[in-house]
Write a protein of this length. Sequence first.
Length: 316
Amino acid sequence: PAPAPAPAPVVEEPKELVYPYGVQEIVKNDDGAKVFDLFIVHTNDLNGNIYSENGGLGLARLSTALKAGRALTDNWLLLNSGNVGEIPAEAAMLAAEVVDELGYDAYTPQAVQLATGIAGTKKALPLSANALDANGYLVAQPYQVYNYNGFKVGVVGLVAPKPIQGVSFTSDVILDNAQYAVDMARDYVDFIVVLSDLGSKGDLTSEMVARNIDGIDLIVDGNGSAMAKTVNGTLIVRADEMLRSVGGVQVSVANGKVKSVYPMILPAADVLDPAKSAIAKAYEPFARAMGYTLQVSVPEDPAIVSMIGATPKPKV
């Protein structure tokens, strides 16, 4: 008799990695590239300046610029930290929809979100690893993992203490336990970002976190003036308030390893009037080689205008 056919090889289903606190990674790019640049774009302390006023870019023009950036690459992470300004209760859901429309990945939660536990946003994630309710439970997701062709970025939220009844902010616990948390995170991710609104004043500052905790690659901070400085091997960055500038950090990756990290600031004036921009002038040859020009003013995105209206015309 003919020999029995060999059994078919058993192919194991790839196991989904389970992260602490039930976090599931978000795959941002899986095109297979081994060498690429990751752009971490950040805005800070909107403080209610939603239009192209007071030297700020405005949300509608920011949206246009962001869409242009995403058209060039999927290796993109958009973060916001700091105070967004007073939002009337009746406008809270609209504000959340605007945040999602802008394409934010994560942000530091505002006081009302921590108080109610309601994020409002459906895509963008409010992150906080140090805000606890009366029973000692986290009131927001503490971190998120983003995957770029196998290169994994962990974003951890740290928020400054706020006067919220029933919510405590464990500054001491952060410094006592954060080193252990960062060391543990290294088992899961390749690049650690702390997204905070700690600023440079108070009992716990971003510089204090960097000075006392080893292994943080980047802190995107709020509540302070624009800066880029390195403390204990950690790069700390902030952009200007009121969208007077947009910050960016270019992370060059090769075969899963970070080769370089370069911070940059794009002033709103360079976007509002590119003809006078030294940055636009310097990069114009590269833009023309790719078939477009930087020497045009950025229009307001109709999608955002339909939600909040256009920038009011100056009064004569």
